[in-house]
Design a binder for this molecule. Sequence first.
Ligand SMILES: [Zn+2]
Length: 432
Amino acid sequence: MFDVVIRGGSAPDIAIEGEFIAAVGHDLPAGEREIDATKLAILPGVIDAHVHFNEPGRADWEGADTGSRALAAGGGTLFVDMPLNSAPCTVNAQHFDAKRAALEAVSLTDFALWGGIVPGNLDDMEDLAERGVIGFKAFMCDSGLPEFPRADDATLYLGMVEAARLNLPVAVHAESEEITKRLARQLIAEGRCDIPAFLESRPVAAEVEAIERAGAFAREAGCRLHVVHISSGSGVAAALEARRLGTDISIETCPHYLFFSEDDLLRIGAIAKCAPPLRNDNERETLRHAARHGEIDIIGSDHSPCPPEMKDRASFFEIWGGIAGVQSTIPALLEIGLTPERIAATTATNPARRFNLKNRGALEPGNYADITLVDVSATTQIGKATMLHRHRTSPYEGYTLQGAVRQTIRRGETIYSDGAITSQSRGRFVHA
Ligand SMILES: [Zn+2]
């Protein structure tokens, strides 16, 4: 007898034995525990390949304890933490070990780690690869954190050469430093520090140019390239062009670029600030079109909150840029019309494949039983009462979105069910 059988109406049943999916098919024999999902969508657990839980060192901004619980409530079973904004940042083996230990102590979900590329750490990349990072993240513009300086062009190119040798991808925050820094300086000098000035300082062209440049570097270096949080339809077009020219490139966007526009930023203000910024209707529409038609490979939340006081500054340029979104990915994507199949591909199957997370990301026998059950016809009201991340702010607050996560199963164990975290067990480190 199977440990658990999830009954899926028109979709196949799923049988779980221990931590693994034992069988997938119609009319499976009974399980010791039966879960009725006949009216629910059965999706692979969300793999959020882009979060900043900021532990160790800045757990007052989020922390893997609260962050992983919010992820679980959003249908997530595994996150990949960025090398910043933890302190120290994950740029060498020692800092990696500190982060892994800190996350193992508190995370509810499983997790993997990105290493970083910064000027001066190319010799550390091999150690990080040996410890199991899924790849290396670099900033092409100022990261906002002095301890994680941007990769100048030579550092980025040589970092890609080394990553190619280690057979790992490089992820880039693609915005031109040349353009964004100069425009920001000029606007501030003119006494302009409001939201329109911030938007003017980070034009779509800054993103497009950086994607083209990173694409050319990666092609020459023979490196797999992952462009994080592409904010515009034009950015996707630039990435697809790089692919046509021969770059092995994957395209990530975030729910907030698909959901909100710059008009929403003007209305909502600081809690909707992020970089690259929210874009105009036309760019958002072409980005949505790309997402609906399979041109977006991966959707990650880029959950990057901060204490409320850092969102309260006179100059909009000084406000911390980062959106809290780890809990709302599935309803936000359903609300803009992505199908459950497309959501499964972009939030689980594709990231698992791209980042070599073995036996994950698909509902197949032999894989870990990482599963989320979603009531697609219900709705989720986004409000402070149900937010599980540390600071209860979200640009989605007040919205009622399509779909509701009913249950999250991580390696066979129900860790979230109908509004409550149901497990005290710990997640595991997963290496690439
Ligand atoms: Zn990020």
